[in-house]
Design a protein. Sequence first.
Length: 256
Amino acid sequence: MTSLGEAFAELGVLQVMGVGIVFFALLYGVTGLLTWTLTQVVMPRLRYGRRIDTRALEPGQLRREIGASAVSILIFGAGLVFPWGLLQLGWATLTPDPAWWRVVIEVVVLFVWNEAHFYANHRLLHTPRLRRFHAPHHRSHVATPFSTYSFHPVEAILLGSVPLIPMMLHDFSFAALLSLPLMSIVLNNLGHANYEFARESPARGWRGASRRHHLHHACYHGNYGFLIGTFDRVFGTALPLDAADARLARAGRRDA
């Protein structure tokens, strides 16, 4: 029986692109709708957690985010030809029939790499030379689950490069590599949910990811990390929990 990894390696260029576009479109649509329903309907009815930034969305924001995300989906999907190309050139190899413990270790390694890759590229996109490519994402002052792929094409290319270096350094299993975009979209949705999934406030640990990223959108600089705040703490870019209070208070007075 042909494994998924072998089947992927045997696809043609156009097939890889087509499968990739459908895959990322489903990831974005399903996770976005689930997170939106969870934070807008289910959790408020259960009276568990709270919305973080209570400002209204800008007119047309969701339509703009979905439109920009559609371009990112095309880039991510078509971009699968690069990891596929590494396999075709023999620069990378997939491990067939790996032991379950090996897959678990590889997933953990890729999780840490995903965090480091995102932090480095995100901070790079806030430098004077590149911040114009990050500006479209920051048009969403109030984050939503549909902000997750709302990128300039240059940003989408940078973030989509995450599997390439690991693949050239180690023969990963296909299952572990498949977990990378799955982890990324789930964590990205959590960060952009604008909802605190905790009884206490402010939430700590991984449940504080949404608040940390809310502060990034509200303040622009700082909190460049993804799920965990380790890199921000180590490199001195963590924002205090009250960093956006004054700005949100001014916005509230203007709305009033």
